[in-house]
Design a protein around this ligand. Structure first.
Ligand SMILES: Nc1ncnc2c1ncn2[C@@H]1O[C@H](COP(=O)(O)OP(=O)(O)OP(=O)(O)O)[C@@H](O)[C@H]1O
Ligand SMILES: [Mg+2]
Length: 361
């Protein structure tokens, strides 16, 4: 059974609907992420789970119990925010002990619990420091320790790494994965950063304008996006749209203006509407010198209009003969300096039908 059930939850501010009939079911021990652009309702949903805000419709159930009548402090749910929100005049120990004191934990039990929480976030020995004597990453680990010390059933994390620089964020991501495994507490994580969501989560709910567009495991979201929004929001994507002109033997054909007919394996999807889209990731598009492209289901000619050298890979922008621009990504995995093509080079693009993914509508 699901640990947390969110059923048709809606929240309106005036005549604006911030969260629109969202239903989710989150399992015990899961690292679950709400992912979506700024303003899509992630924080609002999290606040309703924590009890800081009240839904206008729907229900939130924890272990089968409707939480509507439970105040925030009565829910086994803790929140870690983007800003550290530590008490600046208290030591690390004092900060972590605070929720234990609020919960009237016997004084004799507190030091051991604080030590355990410090060890969980790898800050043993830092108890006597004050927040201003810590780095940003350490402060956020104290905030996590303070949230974990009362052993909540669910930990809510609202963009907890957003204030950290890229390198530190990556380190903290690995720590969060390990921490969640160790403590076994259900994490509900909010981010608008798709790379972070893919790296951390067991499952992700992609939100757009208050609604959930798709709930799936990271590799399925990336490989089998159900909507155009998901395809474009998760990673980079060549989204080739146009009228559906054929559907036979498990292959759909979409006639893309400025490119031509694109064939794609339906993979169980049905073409039920006159328009459709083919999502092709740049790393699935093959680039060749003219004349050397193997025969594939999709084969176009064009010219390189630009490229972005990124060290490990190079992203090429290619304009097809009829004027559609596609992205192709080549790994720089060979020996020596890698530069396959220059701007202006004539090239051929190709990919098999099963490298793309069909989106109905
Ligand atoms: N108290 C409020 N009163 C009026 N509108 C609000 C209130 N809280 C949130 N909103 C609106 O609801 C929408 C969703 O806000 P929310 O904070 O949930 O977005 P978010 O997905 O967390 O965005 P971000 O990634 O920027 O944090 C926004 O358009 C916001 O302006
Ligand atoms: Mg937010």
């Amino acid at each position: 059974m699901a640990l947390l059930e969110i059923q048709d939850v809606t929240r309106r501010f005036g005549d604006f609907t911030a969260v629109d009939k969202v239903s989710l079911s989150i399992r015990a021990g899961e690292f679950f992420t709400l992912l979506g652009p700024s303003g899509c309702g992630k924080t609002t949903l999290l606040r309703m789970i924590a009890g800081f805000d009240v839904p206008d419709g729907g229900a939130i159930l924890l272990d089968g119990e409707d939480l509507a009548q439970r105040p925030p402090e009565g829910r086994p749910v803790r929140t870690v925010f983007q800003s550290y929100a530590l008490f600046p005049h208290m030591t690390v120990q004092g900060n972590i002990a605070f929720p234990l004191k609020m919960a009237r934990t016997p004084a004799a039990d507190i030091p051991a619990k604080v030590e355990e929480a410090l060890a969980d976030v790898r800050l043993t020995g830092f108890g006597k420091r004050f927040p201003h004597e810590l780095s940003g990453g350490q402060r956020q680990r104290v905030a996590i320790a303070r949230a974990l010390v009362t052993h909540p059933t669910v930990l809510l994390l609202d963009e907890p790494l957003a204030a950290l620089d890229a390198k530190l964020r990556e380190e903290m991501q690995i720590e969060l994965i390990n921490l969640q495994k160790e403590v076994g507490i259900t994490f509900i994580y909010v981010t608008h950063d798709q790379t972070e969501a893919l790296a951390l989560s067991h499952r992700i709910a992609v939100m757009n304008k208050g609604r959930v567009e798709q709930i799936d495991e990271p590799d399925r979201l990336y490989g089998l996006p159900r909507t155009r929004f998901v395809a474009e929001f998760i990673g980079t994507c060549n989204l080739l749209t146009g009228p559906v002109t054929g559907s036979a033997d498990g292959v759909v054909t979409v006639d893309v203006p400025d490119l031509g007919p694109v064939r794609v394996s339906a993979q169980g999807a049905q073409a039920t509407r006159p328009e459709g889209a083919v999502a092709v990731r740049p790393e699935k598009v093959r680039l060749h010198a003219p004349g050397s492209a193997p025969a594939r289901d999709n084969h176009f000619t064009g010219a390189v209009t630009g490229f972005l050298y990124q060290g490990d890979v190079t992203v090429y922008m290619v304009r097809s003969e009829r004027g559609h621009t596609l992205e192709a990504l080549l790994a720089n995995s060979g020996s020596g300096l890698a530069k396959f093509f220059e701007v202006g080079d004539a090239v051929e693009l190709s990919w098999p039908a099963d490298a793309g993914h069909f989106i109905d509508g």
